[in-house]
Every structure is written in C-alpha cells, then in structure tokens.
Design a protein around this ligand. Structure first.
Ligand code: ACO
Length: 326
C-alpha cells in the first residue's frame, strides 16, 4: 500500500526572544502567573520587515538540505498559516519561487491552530493517491503581527516560528497511517480576528478600535481544547486498536501546558511520552507540530508510533497517526 512518509524536518525560529520579564514591562502580568497558567517562559519574535514567507523559506530549505533533495523535484507546496505574507497571492507561491520549486503547485491552508495537521493530511492523501510524488508541508506563523501587546490574556501565549516536513511515497508500513478531523463553526465566537477580512476591511475605525488582533475567550477555548483533543485522539487510537503503550510519543498542539497535561492524562500518556517545547516558543499556531518533530527528531526511531493532535480557532480539531520512517 502506498503511503506518504515524512523523510526530513526543517525549522526556523527568529533570534529575538520575548521573555516573561519583557512582558512584565508591557502589561500587568508576572513571570509566576505566566509559567503557572501556561507553562511558557519565552517566545521568538520575527520583527518588522519580514513575514511568514521568510520563516517558511528557511524551514523548507533546511528540510530539503537534510535530505539532499533538489527543490525542483517537489510537486506540491502547502503553507499552513493564519498570518499569510499577503491576503493574496498564496504564501506557498512566494515560497516555491524563492526555493526554486519550479514544477510545484501549491496553496495556503488556514484552519487556525489545526492548519498544519489538515495540510499534512491533504498532502499525504495526494501522495497516497499517486497524484503527487514529493510534497513540502510548511507551518509558518508570525503571530506577533496579529497580537495586541496591551492584551495580557493573549500576548503572553503566542510566538513566531516555522517548521517544514518533506513527504515522499513509501511502500513500507510507515508514514501517515490515518487521521480524523472535525470542525464546529459555532466556535467562531470564542476565537477570531474581528477586522481585516471582507466583512470588516481595514479602516481608520478598525485600527483605532484595535480590531486587527486575536480575540480570544480563553476559558471556553481551554475547556473545548482539552475535551476535543483527547476525544478525537482516543477515537483514532480505538479505531486501530492502539493503546497508550503502543505510542512512542503524543505530539499535541502547544497552546497551553495545562491543556496538554489534561489531554495527556485523559489518554493515559505519562508526561515523558509527550512532546513539549511550549516553554521556549509559546504557541506558534501552525508551526507547533513540526517544531515538536524537529526538536525530538534525534529521539525518534523508525517504526515509532506518534499521535499528533490539535485544537484551534474555528473551532477546528483533529488527530493523526504517524509512523516514523527513519
Ligand atoms: N497575567 C495576569 N493575569 C492574567 C493574565 C496575565 N497574563 N491574563 C489573564 N489574567 C487574569 C484574568 O484577567 C482573570 O482575572 P479575573 O479573575 O480578575 O477576571 C484571571 O487571570 C483568570 O483568567 P482566565 O481567562 O480564567 O485564566 P485562564 O487560567 O483560563 O488562563 C489562558 C488564560 C492562558 C488564555 C487560558 O484560558 C488558555 O490557555 N486558553 C486556551 C488558549 C488556546 O488554546 N487557544 C487556542 C489556540 S489559538 C488559535 O487557534 C489561533
């Protein structure tokens, strides 16, 4: 059976660090509150003059270099992002051009924090169906471009970063094995950006009223994230008769350490089987999952079972069973 396997992972994190001490100077918060309520110590910030494409290009180039794969052998590029370089054209086109992926077609996929897992699923299906040979799936978000650094409930959570995976076909029983995704549009009320879209285009009023930033009702999102991330992971594992003992690592979206711990507990995963890097990067939205794979790559062995899981704005959520291929 033909499947899509991840054969390389790349990442890019901006140099500049925004620490909890820095945030203490911007809003009424404390290092203690942030660590206790979110598990985050610092995040990376890209700064002015560069956008999501810059980080996506760096991450993609690193993945290709690791595999010594010429960019013109790539057929499909999907960029998962909620902070595209422009409203149009797609960031994927800018990335393909910059890296020299001359024969690739591509597009951006936006499903808030579920963007990467959805994109990985679509790319894997395209390869499994034989439509595509090699694909790059990149999660890249410059969250600092849509965060209100006067809103203490959101500015402590988010950071910038990118991760990229190279996908290739395989006949071995490794790679993307299965996935289950869901969405519920009623969640829009709790997590969204009010202006900047076609409903409320940018105007003096929208800027003055600070409507171009992430709006979040944290408590509602928190509850749903724990319940749904655990439920969808459990359903996927049950479908394939997998227990926590069969899984090398649970790879959860890095939104809040407490969400991760609660979901892991529901699923029976001890914390040493849970990928965690939220302390160093915060919530990088579309980049959290590939950044986890990047950070833990050295500890993974061929055949290891991973359960990736995510929850985000929309609401959108899902889980993906991945068998590590190298
Ligand atoms: N420092 C100090 N106090 C704060 C801060 C802060 N940075 N932020 C909020 N507080 C205060 C609140 O004002 C509130 O005070 P009050 O009781 O006097 O009103 C108190 O802390 C508790 O507020 P809660 O919102 O209940 O705090 P909670 O423990 O829920 O933590 C948080 C807030 C971190 C936002 C949490 O709810 C969370 O992580 N939610 C989910 C985030 C998430 O998963 N997002 C989805 C992905 S994002 C995407 O898809 C783009």
């Amino acid at each position: 059976m033909r499947r899509a396997a991840i054969t390389a992972v790349g990442a890019y994190l901006p140099e500049k660090r925004l620490t909890n001490a820095d945030l203490e100077r911007l809003v009424d918060t404390s290092d203690e509150w942030i660590i206790e309520r979110t598990g985050i110590r610092e995040r990376r910030i890209l700064g002015r003059g560069k956008g999501s494409a810059y980080m996506a290009i760096k991450a993609a180039q690193q993945a290709l270099e690791k595999r010594r794969m010429p960019a013109d052998e790539i057929d499909l590029v999907i960029v998962a992002t909620v902070t595209p370089e422009h409203t149009f054209p797609a960031t994927a086109n800018i990335v393909s051009h910059a890296i020299g992926a001359r024969k690739a077609w591509g597009f951006d996929l936006e499903a808030a924090c579920s963007s990467f897992i959805y994109a990985l699923s679509i790319a894997a299906d395209s390869i499994a169906a034989g439509r595509v040979e090699r694909a790059l799936v990149i999660g890249s978000d410059k969250m600092s471009s849509i965060i209100d650094y006067r809103d203490r409930a959101t500015c402590v959570i988010f950071g910038d970063g990118a991760g990229a995976v190279l996908l290739e076909p395989t006949d071995e029983p490794v790679g993307v094995m299965d996935y289950m995704h869901q969405a519920d549009g009623s969640g829009c009320a709790y997590l969204h950006m009010k202006a900047g879209g076609s409903l409320l285009p940018p105007s003096v009023r929208t800027v003055r009223e600070r409507l171009h930033y992430v709006y979040q009702e944290g408590r509602q999102v928190f509850k749903q994230a724990v319940v749904q991330m655990a439920a969808v992971s459990e359903a996927l594992m049950q479908k394939h008769n997998l227990t926590a003992a069969d899984i090398a690592y649970f790879v959860p979206h890095q939104a809040n350490r407490r969400i991760i711990e609660a979901a892991a507990q529901r699923l029976g995963f001890p914390m040493d089987k849970v990928m965690l890097n939220i302390d160093r990067y915060g919530n990088t939205t579309s980049a959290t999952l590939p950044l986890c794979l990047y950070d833990y790559e050295g500890q993974l062995r061929k055949g290891d079972n991973l359960i990736l899981a995510t929850f985000g704005g929309g609401f959108t959520w899902g889980a993906l069973w991945l068998r590590w291929a190298y």
